[in-house]
Design a binder for this molecule. Structure first.
Ligand SMILES: [Zn+2]
Length: 201
């Protein structure tokens, strides 16, 4: 019933976070009605996204320039502690934590928690890569901070991660005290996040 190009793009859009099939169709028609200019600049912007690569250590996205070794600026930074790692779901959480300027360790971006609370394929790969990295160290690392959003799914995922990682570190703490249940790290203000970071347990 819908024109084929509308169907095609809305199928792609409906996989986006927070976008359902109906919204996808609306956006597709919106784009079609905007004319050439928007579609063209959207195409160009998408093209530029190819300069974004995923860091081979922390799995966050960063702007890649030639001659780099595949590490983002945080993983490359010699002034940051290698023996404290914060695990979070997504880059936007990482950016929020970075804004507090209170965290001097490294990160692992795990990917968003699935609705059934289990670790998906890509998350398993990322976790295994961290375990491999930690396993190569002579000593256990000092601390792993689970900066996973509070809430039922976050709690399930945190206990899964706890079981997976407890042998690699002296301490696993959970960020979230001070964050309201269901509250998102991404949207928390600096002050709240700083408190949650200080009061981790
Ligand atoms: Zn990195």
């Amino acid at each position: 019933m819908y024109p084929e190009p509308i169907k095609k793009i809305s199928k792609i859009l409906s996989d986006f976070p927070g976008i359902g099939p109906r919204q996808a169709i609306r956006i597709a028609f919106y784009l079609a009605n905007q004319g050439k200019h928007l579609v063209q600049s959207l195409g160009e912007s998408l093209e530029e996204l190819q300069q974004i690569k995923i860091c081979k250590e922390c799995f966050s996205s960063f702007e890649f320039s030639k001659g780099e070794n595949g590490l983002c600026h945080i993983c490359k930074d010699k002034n940051r502690k290698d023996n404290i790692i914060a695990i979070l779901e997504k880059e936007t959480d990482l950016i929020s934590l970075e804004k507090t300027k209170d965290f001097k360790g490294k990160y692992l971006v795990l990917g968003e928690i699935s609705k059934d609370g289990i670790l998906k394929g890509e998350q398993k790969l990322r976790l295994n890569s961290l375990k491999e990295r930690l396993g190569n160290n002579q000593e256990k690392i000092e601390e792993i901070i689970l900066a996973i959003n509070p809430g039922t799914l976050g709690d399930i995922e945190s206990s899964l991660l706890f079981a997976e990682l407890k042998n690699f570190t002296h301490k696993i703490s959970r960020l979230g005290r001070g964050l309201p249940t269901g509250g998102e790290i991404e949207f928390a203000d600096d002050e709240t996040l700083r408190g949650a970071l200080e009061n981790r347990r």
